[in-house]
Design a protein around this ligand. Structure first.
Ligand code: UD1
Length: 431
């Protein structure tokens, strides 16, 4: 009989101790795609050992790159003529693979990438990606489940984004660095991961101004050189540990992550009653909590607003806080899907459109629940830490996509959690 993995958690422990944070998933995947822009060896250091990195490695291999992932480093040898097609079997498993479209187009003049299915957090269109590449002179069509882009002479242009989309900003950046002339991306995303990719592209020889602001200007160059780069630390993983510390009335030192990338989040935790202090002399911060957290309202927005990727953890926090909280989601249309699972743990959450009202309970109660996406999975695990008795979180492959050594880190902080193998409950019972 086939088996599946789940996390078995016994609630009640406080999270106490140190936890290291490696490179950001959401940056590393795009930096891997950026390696396609230069012939030769790109090396990314301090990278997370997660499923999504392995999937992106496979995407690049099928495009003709030699990829080694070992000891926290990713080595990518990109050939003179990379391939141009990314298949559905990989893009389906990880939507971010769509980001190879821009660099492949820039490098080879043609790219064919399967349309992604996406996470279970909303519709997640590609219209801004396509409009941006079209402005740069590409011909973009969609047929038989693929997006196809062609254009051997991309040229600079001004691109206005309707929304500061992270993915569209990165896509247009990677297509424009080798285009002729000047590209301006207006209403660009300002996330630390955008600054990170601009930093790497600049060290590769690209000419980019305004990274981290709403207007990015790119002056196209003829050719780029491969480099070695250390990605920015994962602020979402760091924020998950911070919220976990507050929910469990713990004391956690998060090492390697920049607290300034989480300013609003940490400020909210202070409002909830936590003590937060940056580490002196090294990157990181400490979050300590002695009493039950107070209820706080949170509104997700593009950076520097409260990150949508921390929304499930924010709702989990509100579920055990003293009082009623309102959490508003402004980025993805179906982020509240996981709330049904959270209510199985006894949380009192009511949603209406993009608002959720949560009435905090002193304790939740252990139950079997299912992770519906990476962040929802992490939010459910944090909630299970505050639940009486045993909870089982299934579909943990979602969590493995984004959180390196999640179970080990939680155990290191004192949580009672184990990864267990159980017979697949969906396996037909012989009829
Ligand atoms: C990235 C992150 C994701 C994070 C999100 C917002 C990666 C791999 N993922 O996703 O974890 O939650 O940023 O911080 O980096 N949209 C369109 N048309 C487009 C592009 C986007 O309508 O062409 C919409 C999306 O459906 C969504 C919103 O814009 O509602 C924001 O999406 P975007 O910023 O592009 O997120 P991603 O890059 O997909």
């Amino acid at each position: 009989m086939p088996h599946v993995e789940l996390f078995r958690i016994t609630g009640g422990a406080r999270l106490v101790g140190d936890v290291p944070v490696s490179g950001a998933k959401n940056s590393v995947l795009k930096l891997m795609a950026a390696a396609l822009l230069a012939e030769g060896r790109t090396v990314l250091t301090h990278t997370p050992q997660i499923l999504d990195v392995a999937i992106m490695g496979e995407v690049l291999r099928r495009l003709g790159c030699a990829v080694t992932i070992a000891d926290g480093a990713i080595t990518i040898d990109c050939p003179a003529r990379p391939g141009s097609e990314a298949d559905y079997d990989l893009v389906r498993r990880m939507r971010a693979a769509i980001c190879v479209l821009g660099p492949l187009l820039a490098r080879t003049g043609a790219a064919k990438v399967a349309l992604p299915g996406g996470d279970a957090i909303g519709s997640r269109g590609l219209d801004m990606h396509i409009a941006g590449l079209t402005r740069l002179g590409a011909e973009v069509t969609s047929e038989h489940g693929f997006v196809m882009a062609r254009g051997t002479s991309l040229h600079g242009a001004t691109v206005w984004l309707d929304f500061p989309s992270v993915g569209a900003t990165e896509q247009i950046l990677m297509a424009s660095v080798l285009a002729k002339g000047t590209t301006v991306i207006d209403n660009a995303a300002r996330e630390p991961e955008i600054i990170d990719i601009c930093t790497m592209l600049t060290s590769m020889g690209a000419r980019i101004g305004g990274a981290g602001s709403s207007t990015i200007e790119v002056e196209g160059v003829e050719e780029l050189e491969p480099v070695q780069h250390r990605p920015v630390a994962d602020r979402i993983v760091a924020g998950t540990w911070a919220i976990g510390a507050v929910m469990t009335r713990g004391d956690v030192t998060v090492r390697g992550a920049d607290w300034r990338h989480l300013e609003i989040t940490l400020d909210k935790l202070v409002t909830a009653g936590a003590a937060v202090e940056p580490l002196l002399g090294s990157l990181g911060f400490r979050v300590a909590m002695e009493q039950r957290p107070r209820a706080i309202d949170m509104v997700t927005l593009p950076y520097p607003g409260f990150p949508t990727d921390l929304l499930p953890m924010a709702i989990a926090l509100a579920s055990v806080a003293d009082g009623a909280s309102m959490v508003t989601e402004n980025v993805f249309d179906a982020r509240f899907m996981f709330v049904n699972e959270l209510t199985r743990l006894g949380a009192d959450v009511r949603t209406d459109g993009h608002h959720a009202v949560i009435r905090g309970r002193e304790r939740l109660s252990g139950a079997p629940v299912r992770a519906t996406d990476i962040r929802a999975g992490a939010g459910l695990v944090l909630a299970a830490l505050c639940a009486d008795g045993v909870s089982e979180v299934s579909d943990v492959s979602h969590i493995d996509r984004g959180y390196p050594s999640f179970v080990d880190h939680l155990r290191g902080l004192g949580a009672e959690i184990a990864r267990v193998d159980v017979p697949d409950p969906d396996f037909p019972l012989g009829f």
